[in-house]
Design a protein. Structure first.
Length: 508
């Protein structure tokens, strides 16, 4: 029998790099595979029957990371925030499952933080988009069969440019087994009319019915097999994607229950309040888990998934979540991205003396500090207002107010024009898509490719500490999981010690 760590999909093995040293020592019985994702379950009554519904998320590790530092695809076609969601229903001895996936728009693009609320979207090497999209969908077809790509982004602004490039990249590869469907979620549904998602289902229904779902009967004999998958994306593959996947999952669950004989021909989930409420909470929690791992916050529009309607409290909650995302994106996620890359072996600290260390921070970037700059602006504004208040007593105060006001405005303008240097950025190689493409690791002797990892770039011992590694580990898996699972504690300790030892012995 295969060891436990070999039984699952390598692309979902979150701790694969940390297990390598133990695998080499043939310690298979002691190795615990860890999946980053989500697990939720509920039971509900339908008449005299009890239905058990489970929802599992599995995150691919090949382009894992934080919201602004992992966008789009890499040159091999692996996309950011790629998550497989499997909905499993059990009733009357029958077991049925339905799988969906989500993932970032599959070509090279980035959105580097610069203190602005919505950083500019930039397409990198647009001429390569068709080839990268082709690699991505070829991989999906090998794994899942037929693919329906549902694109939910807007048709205007930066999103519009991404959507147009995506559509153009899909044209040469669209076939009977690969379809592309654009649905402008914001324009059609707005902020309240989410019942209009039925228009999307009407366009996707034939694909869903044709490719079906997996079904075992009471004798555990396979009656049906899922032959294809719906791949959904928006910009973040979080909020709009959550709502859309919930709608598709609801429709498929109704088909499954009709096939099993629990539902009549026209019966729907909303006619059973207990089942309907539990189903909404299931998918809302699922979306929150995926969002927390990628953006650091719960999903937006969560009240819609939970209750089916937009509420004032939900709008206020979304405003708070948006502000929190802004803070994390600009002032926290760079360090977290370093920790994730090191934990998963995407970048390896090297002790080789002949390797060139990262270029030290120079110029303005070396002294740029957002807290200091903000304090200077506030001090300038304080003295400006105070001087203006005393203008009547002494004309000199008018000049002082102009000087202090000019200083405040000048610093604020400089911060706005050079926002990137004030943001928290990764220190490991590959801070952006462009740098990944233009500066790949040149040391072929050190680069290694593992069966569940992309090629790694070796770097000089990075400025990252075990506390950051622990923070990334707990934010990904959840502190309650780490505290209650001794095996995970051991893995975390091994990783922290390994990275800490590399830090302690830095060549002069």
């Amino acid at each position: 029998m295969l060891p436990l760590w070999r039984q699952g999909e390598p692309r979902f093995l979150w701790n694969g790099y940390m297990l390598e040293a133990l695998i080499d020592k043939e310690l298979d019985p002691y190795l615990l595979p860890v999946v980053q994702g989500s697990f939720h379950n509920f039971q509900a009554t339908i008449g005299k029957e009890i239905v058990d519904v489970t929802l599992i998320a599995r995150r691919c590790t090949r382009r894992n990371g934080t919201r602004m530092w992992r966008r789009g695809a890499d040159p091999e076609g692996y996309v950011a925030n790629f998550v497989e969601s499997e909905q499993i229903v059990q009733i009357n001895g029958f077991t049925s499952s339905f799988v969906q996936v989500r993932g970032s728009i599959p070509f090279l693009w980035e959105q580097i933080v610069d203190l602005s609320y919505k950083p500019k979207l930039k397409i990198v090497r647009p001429g390569e988009a068709p080839q990268i999209a082709k690699r991505h969908f070829l991989d999906l077809r090998k794994m899942y069969g037929s693919v329906l790509a549902v694109d939910l982004v807007n048709k205007h602004g930066g999103e519009g440019r991404l959507s147009e490039t995506f559509s153009n990249a899909m044209q040469p590869i669209v076939s009977e087994d690969l379809r592309y469907l654009h649905f402008d979620f914001t324009k059609i549904c707005g902020h309240v009319h989410f019942e209009r998602l039925s228009l999307l289902y009407e366009q996707a229904a034939d694909f869903l019915v044709k490719n079906g779902y997996f079904l075992l009967n009471e004798k555990k004999e396979k009656m049906k097999e899922q032959l294809g998958v719906v791949r959904t994306n928006c910009i973040d593959c979080l909020d709009r994607t959550n709502i859309t996947q919930t709608m598709i999952a609801r429709k498929m669950l109704e088909l499954q229950l009709r096939k099993i004989g629990v539902f009549a021909a026209e019966e729907i989930i909303s006619s059973h309040p207990e089942l309907d409420g539990s189903f909404r909470i299931l998918w809302a929690n699922h979306g929150d888990d995926i969002s927390i791992q990628y953006s650091g916050t719960p999903a937006l529009k969560g009240d819609i998934v939970r209750s089916g309607e937009r509420r004032v409290q939900g709008v206020l909650t979304d405003r708070y979540i948006s502000l929190k995302r802004y803070y994390l994106n600009n002032f926290s996620d760079g360090t977290k991205q370093d920790a994730i890359d090191l934990l998963q072996g995407h970048y390896i600290a090297s002790m080789r003396r002949d390797m060139v260390p990262p270029s030290p921070t120079r110029g303005l970037e070396a002294v740029a500090s957002f807290p200091i700059a903000l304090c200077l602006v506030m001090i300038g504004l304080f003295w400006t207002t105070r001087s203006l208040g005393q203008v009547g007593n002494d004309g000199m105060h008018l000049l002082l107010s102009v000087v202090w006001g000019s200083i405040s405005v000048g610093i604020a303008v400089f911060m706005r024009a050079n926002g990137r240097i004030f943001c928290n950025r990764p220190h490991t190689a590959g801070q952006s898509v462009a740098s990944q493409v233009q500066n790949p690791g040149e040391d072929k002797e050190i680069q290694r490719t593992h069966e569940h990892h992309s090629p790694r770039t070796c770097i000089y011992p990075p400025k990252i500490y075990p506390v950051a590694l622990t923070s990334a580990f707990e934010s990904s898996l959840g502190p309650h999981v780490c505290r209650n699972n001794p095996s995970i504690e051991i893995l975390r300790w091994q990783s922290a010690c390994r990275e800490a030892s590399d830090e302690m012995f830095v060549p002069e």
